[in-house]
Design a protein around this ligand. Structure first.
Ligand SMILES: NC(=O)c1ccc[n+]([C@@H]2O[C@H](COP(=O)([O-])OP(=O)(O)OC[C@H]3O[C@@H](n4cnc5c(N)ncnc54)[C@H](O)[C@@H]3O)[C@@H](O)[C@H]2O)c1
Ligand SMILES: [Zn+2]
Length: 359
């Protein structure tokens, strides 16, 4: 097992990455002196796969465990489901120092995180991410939220967990499309901050796609390190943390314009390709670097071609994006693979040109 520490002012916590970890969480929590009730919040699919081993470990360590289950899917990231969980907690949760464990992908992490952050003004949260996306991205950094109306992640709060445990074993059962979805964020992180990780992906992409445990472990560890380093410098996203949105400006717009037919990672893959093209057109990024990026995205099984959707709708969705600053959309651009910066200088006409004139 490897451990990455994240230090945020006076507060820090560990991210544990390795195999066979689910069964050990109970002991680690016992050592921390939490009170003897524990609540696992999970979704139906993950419950069937991994709740038992986690529960047994907790019970062996002396915890009295309650499992709260919600259906799988983004629709559950709602105030309604949060409300239901508060009610369940009223029955299950008796002591303020009982840990709440979020066992699942990013949906469960965000939902259970939001519930833990707000119930009794905050109870101890343990993130146990089980998708690649959740292990490398959503479980780290303390963003929690639910969706409301048409808006994603619009009601939320920064709330850091006490511990993150990324058990690589859980990735074995992940559907291929979910693996690719997580790889999009991995490629993004390498592209903005770590050329070595990019080279590692170049060499090991096929093994990653075969769910090779040691390769996945390195990928999770190194991508988590990138996010930790960035969040440590800018916890509340007032500056640097914004570079994690590489590929997300156009990505979010494409995702919305496709009526969420595209998965987030697929939309981000298109967004990353577009942002590289824009970086090259502005003379910032060498074209050969853009080609390398495109090639790795393709090898991960992700799209680099603009799907057949209305470009006007994409442009419009972009104007609605939270990142619009006085008519200019805030873009993350690449200088080279491994180096990115935030720019307000991207001309909307150039964005349109890239989208419309796409190869
Ligand atoms: N908080 C953040 O910083 C942050 C960052 C990125 C994304 N997010 C959020 O994350 C969410 C997406 O997360 P996701 O991609 O993990 O989706 P998800 O949680 O919906 O999981 C995807 C699917 O995989 C299933 N699953 C989970 N683990 C599994 C496993 N080990 N084996 C088999 N099936 C498994 C789930 O039941 C679900 O059907 C979005 O709501 C997004 O807004 C949050
Ligand atoms: Zn993303």
């Amino acid at each position: 097992m490897k451990k990455v520490k994240i230090e945020l002012g006076s507060y820090g916590y560990g991210i544990r990455v390795g195999t066979g970890l689910l069964a050990r969480i109970g002991l680690w929590l016992k050592e921390r002196g939490f009170s003897s009730k524990a609540v696992i919040i999970t979704d139906t699919i993950v419950e069937g796969l991994y709740a038992e081993v986690l529960e047994r470990g907790l019970a062996n360590a002396g915890f009295d465990v309650t499992i709260l289950e919600v259906p799988s899917g983004e629709e559950q990231k709602s105030l309604e489901t949060a409300g239901r969980l508060y009610e369940d907690l009223t029955d299950a949760y008796t002591e303020r120092m009982s840990p709440v464990l979020a066992l699942g992908g990013g949906v469960i992490g965000d939902l259970a995180g939001f519930v833990a952050a707000t119930y009794m003004r905050g109870v101890p949260l343990i993130q146990v991410p089980t998708t690649l996306l959740a292990q490398v991205d959503s479980s780290i950094g303390g963003k929690t939220a639910v969706d409301h109306g048409q808006l994603k992640n619009i009601v939320g709060v920064f709330y850091q967990p006490q511990m993150v445990v990324a058990d690589i074993d859980t990735l074995k059962t992940l559907p291929e499309i979910e693996l690719a979805n997580g790889l999009a964020e991995v490629i993004k992180s390498a592209a903005i901050r770590n050329r070595n990780l990019f080279n590692f992906l170049d060499i090991n992409m096929n093994k990653a796609l075969e769910y090779h445990p040691a390769v996945l472990e390195t990928i999770v560890l190194e991508t988590a390190r990138i996010k930790v380093e960035i969040v440590e410098k800018d916890e509340k996203e007032t500056g640097l943390r914004g570079i994690l949105n590489y590929g997300h400006t156009i990505g979010h717009a494409v995702e919305a314009a496709s009526n969420f037919q595209l998965k987030h990672g697929q939309a981000v893959a298109i967004g990353m390709t577009a942002a590289a093209k824009i970086s090259s057109r502005m003379g910032i990024l060498d074209e050969s670097e853009g080609v390398k990026l495109e090639r790795i995205i393709e090898r991960a099984g992700l799209p680099t071609e603009m799907p057949d959707i209305d470009k006007e709708a994409v442009m419009q969705a972009m104007q609605h994006d939270k990142k619009v600053l006085q008519d200019r959309v805030r873009f993350v651009l690449l200088k080279s693979i491994g180096s990115a910066f935030i720019s307000n200088e991207v001309d909307p006409a150039l964005v349109e040109e890239v989208l419309v004139g796409w190869g």
